[in-house]
Design a protein around this ligand. Structure first.
Ligand SMILES: [Zn+2]
Length: 366
């Protein structure tokens, strides 16, 4: 197994281009062409995790948080980040981080939290714009069906829970082959008019390369007339946070108990109870204060997140229950998620979940 087989697969789930601009997800140490002896999956990558990888004969660490986040100018071993990188490089350990790109997909970090809470009808809380493109391609009428099938197979035509979506219309196309052309129909120097189909289909922009390749491979013409259009539509499957509904409404205190049980936590920081039942639940693993307004606007009864600062609790403003369950705690199931994704794809490969608890926060409970 080569490392790039693992990273390429993970990027079909959470493409690297979906990471936020401040992020540093991707391959941090190691080379994509190296042979993997085993993969250790963790939430954070620390010296203890690198040691665990060495001890368990894993030369690849897949972690959610990138150990190198805002860049390193010196690598002297003066802090835990530098020491972790030195230890990884000295021991030929590759570190791959799958961070906000995994936060931003429906089946990612927040999808897993929603699953653990039993949420139904889950949707992205704040879908992102600018990730959808439309291909418009013109072809002979008799080729339209085969061409659209090839585009579906390349990943185009998915809208929400629908696949194989496209629009085909018909019209008259004209062209005049010039010297040097090798036309499928028509003659050099003579204008030709033919019945053509116009095939329109959408796709996420990161699939553009393979969509265009499929288009050219399945089109009879030497020159393929086509347009690529950037759409402003929101992409429902990509964005921040998730919102969904419980199977039935529960009392606030019962919901908090459920949080404590599911996430194995002894303390929850939350705003004043509002004495109304909880049915609609918004979640965002990790630091999610930036979504409180969106959770309110979407009608959430509770917003479950972490790293909420004192003043940010005021933003709940009596409109929802805001619950901070801790950063590590909120994202702990990301390890299971990555393990499930990788073990389904590579069932016979050595995959391990870390047994090191990397949470830097501990609670003193009376
Ligand atoms: Zn996080």
């Amino acid at each position: 197994m080569l490392l790039h087989q693992i990273t390429q697969f993970l990027e079909t789930i959470a493409p690297a281009c979906l990471q936020e601009s401040y992020d540093n997800a991707g391959l941090l140490t190691g080379n994509a062409s190296m042979h993997c002896t085993g993969v250790l999956i963790s939430l954070d990558c620390t010296e203890a995790i690198v040691q665990e990888a060495i001890d368990k004969n894993c030369n690849v660490i897949v972690s959610h948080h990138p150990i190198v986040f805002s860049g390193l100018k010196k690598i002297n071993g003066n802090n835990y980040v530098e020491r972790t990188i030195i230890k990884a490089i000295k021991n030929d350990i590759a570190i791959y981080a799958i961070h906000t790109n995994l936060d931003n997909v429906l089946q990612g970090v927040n999808g897993k939290i929603a699953q653990k809470l039993g949420l139904q009808n889950v949707q992205i809380l704040v879908p992102k714009k600018d990730f959808l493109q439309k291909l418009v391609v013109f072809c002979p009428k008799e080729n339209a069906q085969q061409l659209s099938e090839a585009l579906f197979a390349a990943g185009a035509g998915n809208i929400g829970n629908y696949s194989e979506c496209c629009f085909i219309s018909e019209g008259i196309g004209s062209f005049k082959p010039e010297n040097g052309a090798n036309p499928q129909t028509g003659e050099i120097g003579k204008r030709e008019t033919v019945q053509q189909s116009r095939v329109e289909i959408i796709y996420p922009e990161w699939l553009k390369g393979q969509i265009i390749t499929a288009m050219k491979a399945n089109h009879p013409y030497e020159e393929v007339a086509h347009n690529i259009i950037n759409l402003q539509n929101k992409y429902q499957a990509i964005g921040s946070g998730i919102i969904g509904k419980l199977a039935e409404p529960v009392e606030e205190i019962d919901f908090l108990n459920k949080l404590a049980l599911v996430f194995s936590i002894k303390a929850i920081k939350h705003t004043t109870l509002l004495n109304k039942k909880i049915e609609t639940v918004a979640v965002c693993g990790g630091a999610g204060s930036f979504l409180t307004a969106a959770a309110k606007a979407a009608g959430a009864d509770v917003y479950v997140t972490a790293d909420v600062k004192y003043h940010d609790f005021f933003d709940a403003d009596g409109q929802l229950l805001l619950a901070d369950i801790g950063h590590f705690e909120s994202e702990q199931f990301t390890i299971d998620l990555l393990f499930e994704l990788l073990s389904n794809k590579f069932p016979n490969f050595a995959l391990l979940k870390t047994s090191v608890n990397t949470n830097p926060v501990v609670y003193y409970v009376l």
